[in-house]
Design a protein around this ligand. Structure first.
Ligand SMILES: C[S@@+](CC[C@H](N)C(=O)[O-])C[C@H]1O[C@@H](n2cnc3c(N)ncnc32)[C@H](O)[C@@H]1O
Length: 217
C-alpha cells in the first residue's frame, strides 16, 4: 500500500533541513527547566518500572535520545528522515537509531518500557493520530509510560520555507484536552500534564503529558 502523502512530505522536508536543524536547535541542556524536569521524571519512572527500553519516536538528530541515555535509560531512536538518522548515528555512535515511522513500529507487542514523542506528533494530521496512539498502546508493555511533549493550540500551519529551504510538511496544533482525549481513547491513562505559556525561544504554548498503559488486571 502506498504511504500517506503526509509521511512522504515530512521525510523529504526533514531530509532537506536536517543539517540546519542541528545547527540552530539548542541542546537539551538549554531546554526550559520544566521540560527538563518532565524528561527527568519520565526517565525515573521508566527506570523504576524496569519494563524495557524507551523508543524516542521522531528522534530527529538524537539529542533527546542521548539525553535520556545520560539519565540511565536504555533508549533508541526512530525517525522517518534518513538524514536525521544519519546525523544521529554520527553524533551518538553508541546508541541505536533506525529509520521508521511511528505509524507502524517494528517492535513486538508490549516490547517497550517507554515511548517518548517529543515535538514529533504535530506533523501527523488529526485524523491519523488515533492510529498512532493505538500503535503506542500496542508497543508499550502493560505498566509502560509515554511522555508526549509538543506545541498546543488550534491551528494548522503550512510553512513553505523553513531555515530558508523549501518544505512541504504541515503542522497541526491541537488543544491539550483533545490530545488527552485521544490518548485515553487509545487505552492510555493520562497521569500528569504540564501546560506552558510561550517563553524564551519557544514562541507558542506547549505542553507535556505523561500517560501509562494500564497494567494487566
Ligand atoms: C521537530 S523535529 C523533533 C526532533 C526531536 N524529537 C527533538 O526534539 O529534537 C520532528 C521530528 O519528527 C520526525 N517525525 C515526524 N513524523 C514522524 C513519524 N510518523 N515517524 C517517525 N518520525 C517522524 C521528523 O522526521 C523530525 O525529525
Amino acid at each position: 500500500m502506498a504511504e500517506p502523502s503526509y509521511l512522504t512530505a515530512v521525510r523529504e522536508s526533514y531530509d532537506t533541513v536536517a543539517a540546519d536543524y542541528v545547527e540552530r536547535i539548542p541542546p537539551p541542556a538549554a531546554l526550559d527547566p520544566l521540560s527538563r524536569a518532565m524528561l527527568a521524571g519520565f526517565a525515573e519512572l521508566v527506570r523504576s518500572a524496569g519494563l524495557g527500553p524507551v523508543a524516542d519516536l521522531g528522534c530527529g538528530p538524537g539529542r533527546i535520545t542521548a539525553h535520556l541515555a545520560g539519565l540511565g535509560v536504555s533508549a533508541f531512536g526512530v525517525d522517518l528522515s534518513p538524514k536525521m538518522v544519519e546525523l544521529a548515528r554520527d553524533a551518538y555512535p553508541d546508541l541505536r537509531f533506525a529509520e521508521g515511522s511511528m505509524t507502524a513500529l517494528e517492535t513486538a507487542d508490549g516490547e517497550l518500557g517507554g515511548i517518548l514523542a517529543w515535538y514529533s506528533t504535530h506533523h501527523t494530521p488529526p485524523q491519523a493520530l488515533p492510529a498512532v496512539f493505538a500503535e503506542f498502546h500496542r508497543a508499550l508493555a502493560p505498566g509502560g509510560y509515554l511522555l508526549w511533549g509538543d506545541y498546543v493550540g488550534d491551528e494548522r500551519l503550512q510553512p513553505t520555507h523553513v531555515y530558508g529551504r523549501r518544505v512541504s510538511y504541515e503542522s497541526h496544533l491541537l488543544p491539550l484536552d483533545h490530545v488527552v482525549g485521544l490518548l485515553e481513547r487509545a487505552g492510555l491513562a493520562v497521569t500528569a500534564r504540564l501546560e506552558q505559556a510561550p517563553a524564551g525561544r519557544v514562541n507558542r504554548p506547549h505542553a507535556c503529558l505523561v500517560a501509562r498503559r494500564p497494567e494487566a488486571p
